[in-house]
Design a protein around this ligand. Structure first.
Ligand code: KG4
Ligand code: ZN
Length: 353
């Protein structure tokens, strides 16, 4: 079973090809990130335009990387939500057209569910990937942490899962991106805050962790505001000082300490609830997924606090990619899940788990 997966929900135009839900054959990704850096975040219109330009070349690149052609492909999987409307449309319309013209079954994939499936990739002959050697065992607790999502999900089996909790406002990645902006660090904020944090003291001061009514819910808007207030106080100014002028007013050691403390607290927030869920549900495995799963700090804290070994996928498969979409597509195909109608599949920008 060989599935080609198309992902275009945000700023990555990505195509992955996967065999039998475990073997990575191709992972072609073009990111329009460089076009968004000057704005400090993804500009939806620019992302959509970039997808239009790059989708066909990236599909060709994926097929070439896998050394395959259309007759070898058994089906097409595509992200239909959640994500940016204009961006999703490009992937979905392309996948629909290819499903019709190449006569392939079409699988509609939930982007967030797709992220979890990067953990099922256990073999590849492609250079430069470090993959776990075994697939997650059910029941599996998944911590999904990205620029758009922060969720804890308990998978009892494929397609049988419960959303335990999620962010009620900003996603953790979004908080990293906003703190990076305050500190004058480049977008995306996860890697740039992480790098700056290496020079700082993570216990120089502390920041509040939000207390939520839902046991496994998160909130990250408060900690972001707390960073803003701390930065204003650090330069001896009050809350009226404009956040856009803070980066120039803070010195480098101040920025490094803020980055280190914020990173520690933000990561602790998701790790605290992961440990709590682990204790309540005793899963057989724990996986992390989404762009923030690439964070060395998250990997370190989980390793220190979880009583079981956790295997991590390659960081290149944590950020948005087509391989995770193809992997979930394989499991759908292998389990005779419903196919999507290539004449009518619509995008769902607000799709939830
Ligand atoms: O999964 P992803 O590529 O896109 C979404 O579906 O949102 O996640 C992007 C997010 C960004 O907020 C970025 O700052 C964060 O993932 N990120 C990281 C790292 N790499 C990307 N956060 C922490 N550490 C990283 N190394
Ligand atoms: Zn994502």
């Amino acid at each position: 079973m060989i599935i080609l997966g198309i992902e275009s929900s945000c700023d990555e135009t990505a195509v992955g090809i996967v065999r039998d839900g475990h073997e990575l054959l191709a992972n072609a990704v073009f990111s329009s990130m460089d076009l968004h850096v000057q704005y400090g975040g993804v500009v939806p219109e620019i992302a959509a335009r970039s997808h239009i330009e790059s989708i066909i070349p990236v599909i060709k690149e994926g097929l070439a990387e896998a050394k395959l052609d259309w007759p070898d492909i058994d089906g097409i999987a595509v992200t239909y939500g959640a994500g940016l409307g204009g961006s999703l449309l490009v992937g979905v319309m392309t996948a629909r057209t290819l499903a019709i013209t190449k006569n392939k079954p079409l699988y509609a994939i939930n982007h967030v569910e797709g992220h979890v499936y990067s953990n099922f990739l256990t073999s590849t002959s492609l250079p430069g990937y470090v993959l776990p050697t075994t697939a997650p065992v059910f029941p599996c607790l998944a911590l999904i942490v990205s620029g758009g999502h922060s969720q804890l999900v308990l998978f009892r089996n494929h397609f049988d899962y419960t959303l335990l909790g999620q962010t009620q406002d900003d996603a953790i990645g979004e908080a990293f991106d906003k703190v990076a902006k305050i500190l004058g660090l480049p977008y995306p904020g996860g890697p740039s805050v992480g790098k700056k944090a290496l020079e700082g003291n993570p216990t120089a001061f502390t920041l509040p962790k939000a207390k939520m009514p839902g046991k496994y819910d998160f909130s990250f808007s408060g900690v972001k505001t707390a960073v803003l207030r701390h930065a204003q106080a650090a330069i001896g100014r009050d809350f009226t000082f404009p956040s856009k002028d803070l980066a120039a007013a803070l010195n480098e050691p101040q920025k490094a300490d803020i980055a280190a403390v914020f990173q520690r607290i933000a990561v602790e927030t998701v790790v605290d609830k992961t440990i709590q869920a682990f204790e309540e549900f005793s899963p057989a495995s724990v996986v992390i997924a989404g762009g923030v799963a690439a964070s060395p700090e998250l990997r370190k804290q989980l390793k220190e606090r979880l009583p079981i070994e956790i295997t991590y996928t390659d960081p290149k498969l944590c950020t948005d990619n087509g391989a995770m979409i193809a992997t979930l597509g394989c499991f759908k195909a292998m389990n005779n899940q419903l196919t999507a109608d290539p004449y009518s599949l619509d995008i769902q920008p607000n799709l939830s788990m």
